[in-house]
Design a protein around this ligand. Structure first.
Ligand code: PLP
Length: 425
């Protein structure tokens, strides 16, 4: 059938309204198919110029004067820009620190505010770092809290009933990834938040695999707090600064555990007594990394120009297309889908399971195997994650990647590779 041919993929690219956006990214290597935008997004062409302007003009010429010419406001200003992508008001988001540190700050704030409540709920599909942060805080608070993790039955999804079953009037906090990092399973944010609120629990959403991949409406969902990183679908660059959201009416009620001068009401008064800043700024700690911050706005601009709803529409078409090719070409070769089949229940990456997943990933990345280098990522024990970033991935790339997977499995080309694991997979 025509659908399973390369010409069909090329036709889909020709009629794709977002296709011109692929030119906004550095895609110099015609032999590279990059399907790892959910781990580290590609470099926007405008980013090096903006970074060089900040270095040469703002730092080189402006020197310390630049703090008064924009730097001081930049965390809040970039936060306001990001707020548009996640359905938040401009004064509800700041960029600061890493995702893990932001989670630490917010979990601390919740446990302090919800003093007397002793249960914390999450799930076993959550990103391990998030669980570590919870474990560390439980210890810091004197081991008074119990951590309850909903257990996935299929290593892919968690039902609403499972979360409901763990929530009670002792629950201080529910924290979940909106889109799960391995399977791409997506929670119904509004419904889960309501369930938590019925029990008096607060919710922190981790948006790391959601922001820039699916439309998020924090205000409409009634969400309390959220965190997320910017180097995945937001293309902010390696280790780029993370963000946090606190709903307006909660900001004055919550306290950051790090009483640094950037979170002080008037840092340049140099008063010796800490007084928390009004609003979201109280969650800042120290000087923001201005150079790292400078990569974010050019990347966000591209996303806002494309429009989150358009990005989602293309993402659904591309991931559905990928799954239908996988069904035809890969399932007969021992691959299984380990993401929800229904696009309404998943984000923008697709996980495939195969007993030889690790060596298949090695073979995909190797330049000697097949026509192109395909970069996916591997998640232990047997997941191949294919991240689809609609801003720069094409239908033709998806087709070619699937064909290469087919060839590697059919001809057992993975047998040429060692089973030894690299440090970063
Ligand atoms: C990527 C990711 C993080 C990253 O945390 P950092 O502290 O920024 O390294 C955290 N949580 C989730 C769910 C992620 O996917």
């Amino acid at each position: 059938m025509e659908v399973y041919r390369k010409e069909y993929a090329e036709k889909l690219d020709r009629i794709d309204a977002l296709h011109p956006f692929t030119n906004k990214f550095v895609k110099d290597d015609p032999n590279l198919i990059y399907l790892d935008g959910n781990s580290l997004g590609m470099l926007p062409k405008t980013t090096p110029d903006e970074m060089s302007r900040v270095i040469n003009q703002e730092w080189g010429k402006g020197l310390i004067r630049s703090w008064n010419e924009g730097w001081y406001q930049r965390s809040a200003q970039t936060g306001a820009c990001l707020a548009k992508l996640i359905g938040a008001r401009p004064d509800e988001v700041i960029v600061a620190d890493s995702t893990s540190v932001n989670l630490f700050k917010l979990v601390y704030a919740v446990l302090k505010y919800q003093d007397g409540r002793t249960r914390i709920v999450s799930d076993d599909l959550n990103f391990p770092s998030d669980i570590y942060i919870l474990q560390g805080l439980i210890e810091l608070f004197g081991n008074k809290h119990e951590l309850k993790l909903a257990q996935s039955m299929d290593a892919m999804t968690i039902s609403t009933e499972q979360i409901k079953g763990l929530l009670n009037h002792q629950t201080a906090l529910l924290t979940l990834s909106h889109v799960v990092y391995k399977s791409a399973f997506m929670y119904d944010m509004g419904q889960i938040t309501r369930m938590a609120h019925e029990n008096g629990a607060m919710v922190i959403w981790d948006l790391s695999h959601a922001v820039g991949a699916v439309p998020v409406d924090l205000n409409k969902s009634g969400a309390d707090m959220a965190i997320g990183c910017t180097y995945k679908y937001l293309n902010g660059g390696p280790g780029s600064i993370a963000f946090l959201y606190v709903r307006k009416d909660l900001q004055e009620k919550l306290q950051s555990p790090i009483w640094g001068w950037f979170g002080q009401n008037d840092p340049f008064a140099f008063d010796l007594q800490y007084e928390p800043s009004t609003g979201i700024k109280r969650f800042l700690a120290g000087s923001p990394p201005i150079l790292s911050l400078s990569t974010l706005e050019p990347a966000l601009d591209i996303m806002l120009e494309a429009g989150m709803d358009n990005i989602r529409q293309k993402s659904v078409r591309q991931t559905d297309y990928l799954v239908s090719l996988a069904e035809k070409y890969l399932f007969p070769l021992g691959f299984q889908l380990s993401s929800p089949r229904d696009s309404r229940q998943r984000g923008s990456h697709i996980s495939l399971q195969h007993p030889e997943a690790y060596r298949i990933c090695k073979a995909l990345i190797d330049s000697e195997t097949g026509e192109k280098v395909v970069i996916p990522d591997f998640r232990a024990p047997d997941n191949i994650r294919l991240g689809i970033a609609p801003l720069y991935n094409t239908f033709a790339e998806i087709f070619e990647a699937i064909m290469q997977l087919k060839q590697i499995a059919e001809e057992k080309l993975y047998q040429h590779f060692s089973l030894n694991r690299d440090n970063v997979t």
